[in-house]
Design a protein around this ligand. Sequence first.
Ligand SMILES: Cc1cc2nc3c(=O)[nH]c(=O)nc-3n(C[C@H](O)[C@H](O)[C@H](O)COP(=O)(O)OP(=O)(O)OC[C@H]3O[C@@H](n4cnc5c(N)ncnc54)[C@H](O)[C@@H]3O)c2cc1C
Length: 218
Amino acid sequence: MCIDEFNGDNFDHGPYGFVGGGYLGHVQTNGRPIETTPVPRGTPSWGAQWKKATADYYLSSIKSASVHGGFYSYRDVYLDLDPTYTDRFGRPLMRMTIDFHENELKAAEFMTDKYAEIVRAMGASIVDKKPRKGPYDITTYQTTHVNGGAIMGSDPKTSALNRYLQSWDVPNLFVLGASAFPQNAGYNPTATVAALAFWAAAAIRNQYLKNPGPLVHA
Ligand SMILES: Cc1cc2nc3c(=O)[nH]c(=O)nc-3n(C[C@H](O)[C@H](O)[C@H](O)COP(=O)(O)OP(=O)(O)OC[C@H]3O[C@@H](n4cnc5c(N)ncnc54)[C@H](O)[C@@H]3O)c2cc1C
């Protein structure tokens, strides 16, 4: 179940001090033995008290209530070639430089509060809120929606691809995928990846093949 009222521009951001947003979602993935046995904070992580709390809360708790927010582009969030680490062929690995900005943290706080309100209204006796906090930490799960790297745009100085996912520099190179996203929206990426693939394929077929060369002159 997802609530989309707090995504993108779906609500008035006036007093909140951030732009964008995301969805509130409850994703229940069956009765997995570890992730679906939440117990109140402070319960020992093993032993008789843990067993009792697990039994008491098993059918009356929701663990995977989560908010999923967007992440805007920033000059200090980028990918480059690692100066130290290489792959087995000696080629530099990709290095990711990233941290949350105030906008992402404020949005996470806002959406988490909204979700907590809903869960309280459902009758929860205990609500344990964990809004996203900085600094960014790759060791705890963040998302599998990793976008960007060869972004599309209207200006070759600030993007790698034009609006048809065609390289500005090499006209017979088209780069399809979530790598083209300049921003990471609050929505899941795959439908947009598919739409852009269709859009690029149509441009290749209807324009490029008839007249190979740059499809956009900047
Ligand atoms: C666990 C998980 C769950 C997800 N759940 C969702 C979801 O519920 N909804 C949603 O919208 N999105 C979801 N995503 C995100 C979504 O899968 C990705 O955003 C999407 O697949 C990106 O598509 P892509 O074509 O850009 O990249 P990919 O699908 O990663 O495709 C890249 C391809 O390039 C190939 N490749 C890499 N290097 C080379 C090379 N040197 N030569 C040749 N080929 C190469 C790879 O083998 C791969 O096939 C999920 C991702 C993960 C990992």
